[in-house]
Design a binder for this molecule. Structure first.
Ligand code: FES
Length: 102
């Protein structure tokens, strides 16, 4: 099981919820009425970049982006990154926390 915690650029928590599926972070937040910044929705512009502050080992950062950009080790593109399915399926409680960069 994975709990996602999202902070804005001023370090305020704007979203916190247990995840049930492995879709990308951007869509997960949008489905819960939390709009994160984005533009291309395809891994090509970095508008949706976020710095991972906890749980990077539970992040799948290579979900289906059309033109996926390689990022620094602790930065993910929320439109093409989501939780690893094995972490969602685990009986352990994990946390993924990130801070939006824009
Ligand atoms: S919205 Fe462009 S890289 Fe994510």
């Amino acid at each position: 099981m994975v709990t996602l915690v999202v902070k804005d650029s001023s370090d305020e928590i704007i979203f916190e919820q247990k995840l049930e599926g492995g879709q990308n972070f951007l869509d997960e937040c949008a489905e819960n009425d939390v709009d994160l910044p984005f533009s291309c929705h395809a891994g090509a512009c970095m508008s949706c970049a976020a710095q991972i502050t906890a749980g990077m080992e539970h992040v799948n950062s290579t979900l289906d982006g059309d033109q996926y950009i390689e990022t620094d080790e602790d930065v993910v593109l929320t439109c093409v990154a989501g939780p690893k399915q094995e972490s969602i399926d685990s009986k352990e409680d994990y946390k993924i926390e990130f801070t939006m960069m824009m």
